[in-house]
Design a protein around this ligand. Structure first.
Ligand SMILES: Nc1ncnc2c1ncn2[C@@H]1O[C@H](COP(=O)(O)OP(=O)(O)O)[C@@H](O)[C@H]1O
Ligand SMILES: [Mg+2]
Length: 551
């Protein structure tokens, strides 16, 4: 039975296949290229990237997570790294740039080992052992902290906030304090002494205009909405709030109904009937004792008028997410039909008030039943500033969540990476064989972080590395690079550059796992790329991402 010469097609037409070492090299190259891009944005002296998407929208940032999200990465291996970076961001909200950079370094070192004819399996084995040991070392060198000690919290927040543009020490100080106050307000103390909260529990509302220093922490919920009718009160104390997912409008039939109006009397009757329905709705709401109505849907002008006459303050077209926050904050219940509204569904707040913020008006719901509701109202001259402040605040909140959850810290400025590298080399010697080389490669890859930080600080990278190794071998485990002042310091905690253990931990884990995943691939099977038009359609489908800045 001759089977020769019969082509067997298992792949779709136009697919491309790359196998073995060639595939591995191609993947390493792509992942390294991505790491190269992110490298220069690491740390407080990191440079910004300007990202222009296919619609011409521009984002300027040095936030690794944002950069990888906005970059349209093509190569599958680089995409894999992007996914990993996003996962890291979702999990701990920090250390994204470092994770990508470290993954890139691990892959570069792996390539050197491949050049020495070391099999990928050995490298993978070595890296896996190195990771396990690195995590153990990290835990050993980490310092236990008291989560209720505000000074420690300030230190960790300052380190994160310093790596973003936010305009001077006054602003940093203010945002740091605000983030801590917000976090401590929403956090729940668990029986084991650990504090827990979700970053989303702190509402961040941005309003263009004013100065960053006008940014304020509000103990309650702020809605970017106005009171709907001029005849309504602007301020209601002891607010009993109806939270509605219902329109205060007369339902229009689905299909266009044709009504023949044959006389002016009929016309009047018709209008009166509508008014009656709306008045009944308002009567029903008022009968529950509500003096504030907040709805996700619309409010008809006639209904507004009736509400105003009853002295009820009303806000319409509120975002679902805000309504849900209000539900939690005020202890009320979202009701989707006015008919079903009961007094026990009403939420409570000591004060609901419309206030002028810049050129706009916003509604403040303060003194809520549940005091764990807070909003940070961010002010700033442009959308770009607002976005960067929001990212800084999110970073700060993430860092707080991390250090409150696992109350341990490690020194920043490359100190931890040097310390772990040093101990890993000792460990490598114990393991021996070819795996030793891979573990040593892992240690060298970790040193990539201080090398880059030195460069951004204008220091000679190699000289700095030598000096740091020296200090560490003398037992100065906190020695690192003061990037802001461009000097090597024997103790990073003296300038408050410290990070939560959880971030370092997950950064190293993420990077190592990504590198190992890429090293395991020996076959790339790629479908033929989509044609231009198809791509455009796809893009349009996916276009939902908000938060971009248009110039
Ligand atoms: N003042 C500082 N001096 C030296 N290093 C710093 C300082 N502030 C932050 N770092 C370091 O910068 C790195 C984090 O940089 P960042 O741009 O936030 O990237 P990532 O996305 O990885 O968090 C960490 O290694 C941290 O220790
Ligand atoms: Mg960071």
């Amino acid at each position: 039975m001759a089977m020769y010469g019969i082509p067997v097609l298992i792949l779709k037409e136009g697919s491309q296949r790359t196998v073995g070492r060639e595939a591995l090299r191609a993947n390493i190259m792509a992942a390294r290229a991505l790491a190269e891009v992110l490298k220069t944005s690491l740390g407080p002296r990191g440079l910004d990237k300007m990202l222009v998407d296919s619609f011409g929208d521009v984002t300027v940032t040095n936030d690794g997570a944002t950069i990888v999200k906005e970059m349209e990465v093509q190569h599958p291996a680089a995409k894999l790294l992007v996914e990993v970076a996003k996962a890291q961001d979702a999990e701990v909200g920090d250390g994204t740039t470092s994770a990508v950079v470290l993954a890139g370094a691990l892959l570069r070192k792996a390539e050197e080992l491949l050049d020495q004819n070391i099999h990928p399996t050995i490298i993978i084995e070595g890296y896996t052992k190195a990771l396990k040991e690195a995590l153990r070392i990290l835990d050993e060198i980490a310092l236990k902290v008291d989560p209720s000690d505000r000074e420690t919290l300030k230190k960790v927040v300052t380190t994160t906030i310093a790596s973003k543009y936010i305009g001077g020490p006054l602003v940093s100080e203010k945002l740091t304090n605000m983030a801590i106050d917000a976090a401590l307000t929403v956090a729940e103390k668990k029986p084991d002494g650990i504090y827990e909260f979700r970053v989303d529990d702190v509402k961040i509302e941005k309003k263009k205009g004013g100065n960053v220093l006008d940014t304020q922490l509000v103990y309650g919920i702020v809605l970017d909405k106005e009171v709907v009718h001029p005849g309504m009160p602007r301020r209601v104390e002891n607010a009993k709030i109806a939270l509605l997912d219902a329109a205060l409008e007369v339902e229009k039939p689905e299909i266009t109904a044709k009504i023949n109006i044959t006389s002016p009397e009929l016309m009047n009757a018709f209008i009166e009937e509508e008014a009656r329905i709306l008045r009944d709705m308002v009567e029903k709401i008022a009968s529950t004792g509500a003096n504030v109505v907040i709805t996700q849907k619309g409010i008809d002008e006639v209904a507004q008028h009736f509400l105003a006459k009853k002295g009820i303050l009303a806000v319409r077209r509120v975002k679902r997410s805000d309504l849900e926050k209000l539900e939690r904050a005020t202890g009320g219940k979202i009701v989707s039909s006015v008919r079903d509204l009961k007094p026990e569904d009403l939420g409570y707040a000591a004060l609901v008030e419309e206030r002028r913020v810049g050129n706009d008006k916003m509604v403040f719901v303060e003194g809520c039943k549940n005091p764990k509701a807070v909003t940070i109202l961010v002010r700033g001259a442009s959308d770009m500033v607002l976005d960067e402040i929001e990212r800084s605040l999110k970073d700060a909140l993430n860092v707080l969540r991390n250090v409150l959850r696992v109350p341990k810290i490690v020194p920043g400025g490359g100190a931890t990476e040097i310390a772990v590298a040093l101990k890993l080399r000792d460990y490598a010697a114990k393991i021996g064989g070819k795996e030793q080389l891979a573990i040593e490669a892992f240690a060298s890859a970790l040193e990539e972080i201080p090398l880059i930080l030195a460069e951004t600080a204008g220091l000679d990278p190699l000289e700095t590395l030598m000096k740091l190794r020296q200090y560490h071998s003398e037992g100065k485990v906190n020695a690192g690079i003061d990037v802001i002042n461009g000097v090597v310091r024997e103790d990073m905690s003296s300038i408050s550059v410290v990070e939560p253990l959880l971030v370092k931990n997950s950064m190293i884990k993420t990077a190592a796992e990504a590198a190992v995943t890429i090293l395991k691939i020996d076959d790339i099977i790629a479908a033929s790329p989509l044609k231009k038009e198809e791509k455009k359609e796809k893009k349009e489908e996916e276009e939902t991402s908000p938060g971009k800045t248009s110039f």
